[in-house]
Structures are given as C-alpha cells and as structure tokens.
Design a protein around this ligand. Sequence first.
Ligand SMILES: [Zn+2]
Length: 289
Amino acid sequence: MNHLSCPVCGKPLTQLYKLRFNVYRCNSCELLHSDAEFEHSFESDLESTSRDIGLKKLRLANFNIIIKELQKLKASKTSKLDGLEIGSGNGWWLETCRANDMICTGIEPEHIYEQYHQQNGLKVIYGFYPEVSPKKEGGYDFIIFNDVFEHIPDINELVESLRNDLADDGLLIINLPMSTGIFYRLATFQHKLGFNSNLTRMWQFNFHSPHMNYFNEQNMKLLLGKHSFDCLSVLKLNTLDFTSIRERILADKGVNKAKAAIMTTSLTVLKPVILSSEPDIKVFFFRKK
Ligand SMILES: [Zn+2]
C-alpha cells in the first residue's frame, strides 16, 4: 500500500508521529491515516460482558436517532426497507431494524457473537464484505457502517463496491468517530505532553482491528463526493452515557479498577464541556448521484 498519498484527495501525506504504528496527516484535506495492520487472530480484546452493560443503552439511543432519520429520508418508500449492515458485531443494529419493521442482513468477520445471533434469530453472514455479501436484485435500500468504516484499509475500493450494491436511490449511512471531537483532541494534547496511552486507545492500536483513518466532516464528504455520492444529512451522536462510564472503561482489560475510578470521576466532572463541544461521533447519510 502506498502511504505517501492521501486516500481521499491524493495529496502527499506527512508523518505526524509513531505510536505502535505510524500516523500520517494530509495537509490538504486533514485526513489522519495510519499504516496499522489487521491481525487475523479474531480474538477480541474487550471483555464482552462489561462492554454490553456499558454500551447497550448508549448504542440503542444512537441507533434510534439513525432510524428516525432513515425513515424520514425514505418516507416515500411503501414496502419494507431492506438493508445491509457491514460489521454487525453483537447484532444490536439488526435488532433495532426488526423492532422498526425493517429488514437488515449483517456481515460480520468474527464468530464471537454467533450464538447470540442465532438465539435471537438475526440474519448474519460470516466473512468479509464484499466477498460474502449476498447480492440483492435492484440493490439495497440502505447500507450502514456502525463504528466500522474507520477500520477499513482500502476505502476507495470499498466505496465502489457499495455503489454497486445500493439501489439507485439507496442510502449509505456511516457512523464513525471524528478527528475533530474533544476526545481525539484531548488524547493528542496528552500525547504532546508525553502520555501516549489515550491516543493509542483512540487508534485502537492495541486491538486486533485498529483504526486506519480518522476523518473530519469535510474530508468524509470529499471522499464520498469523489465517488458520486451526495451528502443528505449529518447528525451528532452521543459518545458517553454518563450512567455507565465505569463499565465501559472496565471493558478494556488493560484498565484496573482504581484507574477506572479516576477516569470515571474525571469524565463526570468534564461532562458539561464534553456535551457542548464538537461531537466525537457523527453519522452521515449519503445518496448516489
Ligand atoms: Zn487528503
């Protein structure tokens, strides 16, 4: 892979810093790009029980925001919406779709949630998109990425496959963390002071599936615009449910209880700042031109 040019705008990339992997910045569109590698061991580093308690409430609230916008943008469609989710993880998005009378098939490389998927009657195909993806006559009404797009190495090839798999009026929905969010900026500031752990965590360089790119709103639109997609809307999603921060922090096996308590207190104190700052997660709705 060529790390010298930006995958969004093609301009040269400049090395910013090296953590476990190198991080580069495009001085033109401000994309942050890493040369991280996906480890094919398929073993999750997260404690799934703690993660479930901490994340579920927050995730479902965010999914409901996405569902409302999707229903609004697809209000003219009379039959059931039929979509594809790439990287379904636990399957909560698929459950949310069912609860809202939509069809959605999940594509997921890992098998750790397979039992949960089966017990809950969720349709998941195991493997990588687009290799295992079922083709739909006329294309899908929507394809969604929930915290997955930032992990994918070849985004240009990916977007072309998405174009082919979407219906002519199909929506591409991308929900992802932003380089302009307060957590990313705080972690960058800490890194400048010599503390690398939070920035390593933001890039998930200690996990088997690290982040390849960190986008801002402009370069996200630039990438999709290049592949002939129009941006219909961008919404802010919530990063933290302040009632379950502790469980989320504990879900990372590397964090002990004392450290989790300190982090929980700090985040609670910072709550007003976090809520009023530039959002850490946004969801984009694109449509083929
Ligand atoms: Zn660029």
